[in-house]
Design a protein around this ligand. Structure first.
Ligand code: HEM
Length: 310
């Protein structure tokens, strides 16, 4: 049996929190992380029980190097560290041993999950990112465009996100890409709406795809829609706006996928490394400050990983 972790398949709640950290060397730090990871499902149950409408869910995922250290027998197929991208545009690789994603309709519950996770780990970890995101208006990115229109729905969510028969030992698990983007909103807002629409490839008011004559090959959706054997490559996005009106603000990009290479292919076309001379013009108005890959194992594998090794 393989059960995916609870954050992956449900539609995002109104709030999400994202937490990335490195683990100090040594057995006691690894044991503390293993205990917290194994305890996450019970913690989510405990905190979510009194308010089922909040739909509190979470997942924990591990970077390639950390995975090899704690579970050397076998690594998920395709898992490797995110590499910095240097094309027409650049993206940093900032790493991270562990990533935690929590979402629900209550920011206080998400915060409490992270607080309880953090307490026993504080002396063992170095926090790289802690970001609290929110649904903005009717699921819009801070650029004002609806984000998620073409996200898989219903059963397609599982087929996009979860490993299955191709790797039975890792079934129910999922590859994870995170990138924290900071938008240049003043420059973006100085553009006319038709210019913005040409950069995204959809209308701003209601997210209708532009017709072929009006959709530039450099539009965001022109770059990320990739067909393979007649089928579009799918990822399951859980990104959220975050930030401050007087400081940095943007999108915490997060997606789950059955095949890690799909992320590489989309990023290659966005950042202009595929040799067609094009890149995604959205990247003229937003910049990634972090980037990392992780793997979120099934619940069963998560509890096995936490079992004390002989
Ligand atoms: C600042 C960063 C980003 C912003 C603001 C952004 C925004 C958007 C918007 C507004 C849409 C159109 C509506 C929708 O279908 O959701 C979209 C679609 C999409 N984006 Fe992004 N995106 C960002 C980064 C990325 C990255 C890094 C990837 C992949 C690695 C990606 C993959 C996709 C995909 C697969 C679609 C659906 C395309 C389709 O099937 O039509 N996006 N994004």
């Amino acid at each position: 049996m393989s059960t995916p972790q609870s954050a992956i398949l449900p539609e995002a709640g109104n709030h999400a929190s994202f937490f990335v950290f490195n683990v100090a060397p040594g057995e006691s730090a690894r044991a503390a992380v293993a205990a917290v990871a194994a305890g996450l499902p019970a913690l989510l149950d405990e905190l979510g029980r009194d308010d089922p409408a909040a739909r509190l869910v979470g997942s924990i995922a591990f970077g390639a190097d950390y995975w090899r250290m704690v579970s050397p027998a076998a690594s998920p197929p395709g898992l490797r560290p995110f590499q910095a991208i240097r094309g027409a545009k650049t993206a940093p690789a900032t790493g991270g041993d562990v990533f935690v994603h929590v979402h629900s309709n209550r920011h206080d519950l998400n915060f409490e999950v992270l607080r309880r996770l953090h307490r026993p780990l504080a002396q063992h970890i170095q926090v790289l990112e802690e970001v609290h995101g929110f649904q903005y208006l009717d699921s819009r990115d801070l650029t004002g465009f609806i984000d998620g229109t073409e996200n898989p729905r219903g059963e397609d969510r599982a087929s996009a996100a979860l490993l299955g028969d191709e790797a039975p030992a890792f079934a129910g698990g999922s590859h994870v890409l995170i990138q924290r983007y900071v938008h240049r909103l003043r420059e973006w807002e100085a553009l006319s709406v038709p210019r913005q629409e040409g950069i995204i490839g959809r209308t701003k008011a209601d997210s209708v795809e532009l017709d072929a004559a009006h959709k530039p090959p450099t539009a965001h959706i022109s770059r990320v829609v990739i067909e393979e054997d007649g089928e579009e490559l799918e990822i399951l996005r859980h990104s959220m706006p975050y930030g401050e009106v007087s400081g940095e603000a943007g999108l915490f990009f997060l997606a789950y996928c059955r095949r890690r290479e799909v992320f590489d292919r989309m990023l290659g076309r966005m950042y202009g490394t595929v040799g067609d001379g094009l890149y995604d013009h959205l990247l003229d108005y937003t910049e990634p400050r972090s980037g990392a890959y992780f793997f979120a194992p099934s619940l069963e594998m998560l509890s096995d990983m936490a079992a004390p090794s002989e």
